[in-house]
Write a protein that binds this ligand. Structure first.
Ligand SMILES: *Cc1c(COP(=O)(O)O)cnc(C)c1O
Length: 461
């Protein structure tokens, strides 16, 4: 299996090179040349497999340059630290299925991918005798999960930019209390998009990228999307145990990485009726799907901050497929976006988009209301991101179908919103309580690319 760029400017490369490249050197995103097709019989034969075993069956189709035993060991190690034996259990509540993706060390779904990516990096670097400096932007959850994925690992430094004061207190603590020498937290006075723009600029400076061996860890890394494909299969197998049926997935969406993994699962043959793309007020993707309007707006801060994003980086991967794999059209679309602040789509393209996705925006008042109502009716506490997806699923998806809502974070991570919704503090798990009062380390700076560059240079060692 080889990997190509959405912008068409690189030779096809094997998996390990794709992992190390992160963002493609032509500015595009890496994708497999084709998707392995899984037959319905084969999917059925996977019933009853443990999560790591299922992960191996799926991931190995995309990874042909790591020996099977090594890959199996990497996968086993990545999921051994989860606090639930099923890794991503599914529970049935009030007519919807909740796919709990928050049983990893930072209590958010990003651990599923970033524990795997951290182990992959360590494996490839050791094999090649190389070093890596990870630079990434986060609205909160990616950073903490990435930091925990690589803390203390040999040959790796990590620099994580987050918008100062715009993450939840628990997220900030999960990052800044990691004081391992290879971990560097940078708090930027600006938005998540400012952080992401600066990270992109560093990666687009090829000389700099080369000289300092920069690697990516945001959802632009293909290995992350790949790891997330697994839980769509896992959940599908669980909710269809009583017999085959239509399965919908509702995905609270920010950078389009999680939902793109669902799209990949569907292309591989997993019978997903449709993917519901749920957004908060930062709803460029909902406007796109429902009205064909892909035009940039200002970022608004909400109670679901991991979705406070306008330019969803992984959307480019979907565009590549929508344009039938024509990189010239992808380049054209981004040129149009730069010049006009929007991309226009044909009627035929929009028909295709609506076969793949449906979408709904859930505003902050509705989010809070949903957390409160769901808790009252079922006793189950949703985090605000998950609540966006649950509300959208209840309103938009047929009640007689299996509706799987991705629970992307533990409610304790966003305690303030939860308290507003239920009028009492969210229960604090011991792992979170233990962070209070620990020593922290973090560098605060303006959204100034040169300052960030200097800081990286002076800390790579
Ligand atoms: C990152 C994140 C999202 C959005 O996921 P994307 O892959 O960026 O679309 C949603 N909820 C939570 C809790 C997150 O951390």
């Amino acid at each position: 299996m080889r990997y190509i760029s959405t912008r068409g400017g690189i030779q096809a490369i094997p998996f390990k090179d794709a992992v190390m490249m992160g963002l493609a050197t032509d500015g595009g995103l890496l994708l497999p040349e084709s998707y392995p097709a899984i037959t319905p019989e084969e999917i059925s034969s996977w019933r009853g497999l443990s999560y790591p075993e299922l992960a191996f069956r799926i991931i190995s189709r995309f990874v042909t340059d790591i020996p099977a035993d090594d890959l199996r060991a990497l996968i086993d190690r990545s999921y051994a630290g989860f606090d639930h034996p099923e890794v991503t259990p599914v529970v049935h509540k009030d007519g919807v299925w909740i796919l709990e993706l928050f049983h990893g060390v930072t209590l958010a779904f990003k651990d599923v991918a970033l524990q795997f990516l951290g182990n992959l990096f360590e494996y490839i670097l050791a094999e090649r005798g190389e070093r890596l400096n990870i630079v990434g932007a986060t609205s909160g959850d990616t950073g903490s999960a990435a930091i925990h994925g690589v803390r203390g690992k040999k040959g790796i430094n990590i620099f994580i930019l987050h918008p100062h004061g715009k993450t939840s207190p628990v997220q900030a603590l999960q990052m800044t209390t990691v004081t391992d020498v290879n971990v560097h937290n940078i708090a930027i006075r600006g938005t998540f998009d400012d952080c992401q723009d600066m990270v992109k600029a560093l990666f687009n400076d090829l000389e700099f990228k080369e000289k300092y061996s920069l690697g990516a860890v945001n959802s632009i890394n293909w290995a992350r999307v790949l790891a997330q494909v697994v839980y769509y299969f896992y959940a599908w197998l669980r909710v269809t145990e009583g017999g085959g049926q239509q399965v919908y997935f509702s995905v609270p969406t920010g950078n389009f990485g999680d939902i793109f993994a669902g799209y990949v699962a569907r292309r591989m043959g997993l019978p997903i009726a449709r993917l519901l793309l749920a957004t908060n007020e930062n709803n460029i993707l909902t406007r796109f799907i429902n009205d064909g309007d892909y035009s940039l707006a200002k970022v608004v801060s909400t109670v679901s901050p991991s979705m406070d994003i306008q330019l969803a980086s992984n959307f480019e991967r979907y565009l590549f497929h929508l344009y039938s794999g024509d990189p010239a059209r992808v380049r054209g679309a981004f040129a149009e976006l730069r010049e006009k602040g929007r991309i226009a789509f044909s009627a035929a393209e929009m028909e295709q988009v609506r076969r793949d996705f449906c979408s709904q925006t859930v505003d902050q008042a509705q989010t809070i209301e949903t957390i409160g109502k769901f808790h009252k009716e079922t006793g189950y506490l949703l985090d605000p991101h998950t609540a966006v997806g649950v509300r959208a699923a209840l309103e938009l998806l047929p009640a007689d179908a299996a509706r799987v809502c991705l629970a992307t974070a533990h409610p304790a991570k966003f305690g303030e919103a939860v308290e507003r919704a239920i009028g009492a503090p969210a229960p604090v798990p011991p792992a979170v309580a233990a962070l209070e009062g620990l020593p922290t380390r973090c560098e605060v700076m303006e959204a100034d690319l040169e300052r960030v560059r200097e800081f990286v240079v002076s800390n790579v060692g």
